[in-house]
Design a protein around this ligand. Structure first.
Ligand code: ATP
Ligand code: MG
Length: 273
């Protein structure tokens, strides 16, 4: 069992406040989805959970099974079982996919545990097969020259071998063709279990045809402003966000930040958030 608890999380980048009080709890066996307009802080939340050095946490807490995640280095977070499939995976020329993945799997081992190369290669080949990727993937440099869709599959390949306890998939469905969407969706769906807590960041309902999500959140202006079931996602898919902005009293997505205080373009509606 794993429980990730995020409380009143505030974070900024380059003195710009992005997260403004995020509350979210993810437990093993649950699948959450976060939707929300562009630029509202979804990827920032994912980066902050993994400990990206660019983002400064100014308030709030993140714990995993009671342990203070914010005190951990990124590799410690990975070792503790946190995993992020990035929206835009980095290219790392000079490091092969197999070397990267082997090192990553080794850091997940318990003390005294040993990674048998034969088992690793067997699992790797199986994952490549499952994801219908090209057989030369292990020998190529990490994501180097990979197409958008290949990068996404490569993130899921890593997830299959790393077996995280809490996984965040940031727009794993974007840029995938119809067949690839099915392949990625089916592979993630097969990993859903009582031992995995899953957080999917997505713009479209489509991916949920393959991956069942129990809880849907909407993020706006650096906060989770609404939580519901799949019907919420369906409504957004067909109607967009205008009705929700109206309900919340947000006439305009844009806010100006002055002295670290968000100034809403329509100040009378500020109380609504
Ligand atoms: N490293 C950074 N430097 C400067 N600004 C940043 C940085 N990271 C995020 N931001 C800003 O923070 C805001 C939120 O960005 P974020 O990537 O979290 O949005 P998002 O909700 O994931 O959007 P999308 O749906 O387009 O992926 C944006 O205005 C973005 O420009
Ligand atoms: Mg994003």
């Amino acid at each position: 069992m794993a429980t990730l608890i995020i409380k009143d999380l505030h974070a900024k980048v380059d003195d710009k406040d992005i997260l403004k009080g995020v509350n979210l709890t993810i437990k093993s066996g649950e699948t959450h989805a976060i939707m929300g307009p562009n630029g509202t802080g979804k990827s920032t939340l994912a980066s902050v959970i993994m400990g990206h050095p660019r983002y400064e946490v100014t308030q709030g807490s993140i714990t995993l099974d009671g342990e203070d995640v914010l005190e951990m280095e990124t590799d410690e977070r990975a070792r503790a079982g946190l995993f992020l499939a990035m929206q835009a995976p980095q290219e790392v020329p000079g490091v092969t996919n197999s070397d990267f993945l082997k090192t990553a799997v080794e850091t997940r081992l318990e003390e005294g545990e040993h990674l048998a190369l034969f088992d690793f290669i067997k699992q790797y080949d199986q994952a490549i097969d499952d994801l219908k990727m090209a057989s030369d993937v292990p020998h190529r440099y990490l994501n180097d020259g990979f197409s958008g869709g290949e990068k996404k599959r490569n993130e899921i390949l890593q997830m299959k071998l790393l077996k995280p306890r809490i996984a965040i998939l940031d727009e794993i469905d974007s840029g995938l063709d119809v067949d690839a969407l099915k392949i990625v969706g089916d592979n993630v769906s097969k990993m859903q279990s009582e031992d995995l807590g899953l957080l999917m960041i997505t713009h479209y309902q489509r991916i949920l045809e393959y991956i069942n999500a129990d809880i849907i959140h909407v993020m706006m202006q650096g906060r989770i402003v609404k939580t519901g079931d799949q019907s919420l996602m369906k409504k957004i898919d067909t109607e967009g966000y205008d009705w929700l902005k109206e309900e919340l009293g947000i006439d305009d997505e844009r806010v100006i930040v002055e002295d670290n205080e968000p100034v809403f373009l329509n100040p009378t509606k500020k109380e609504a958030l």
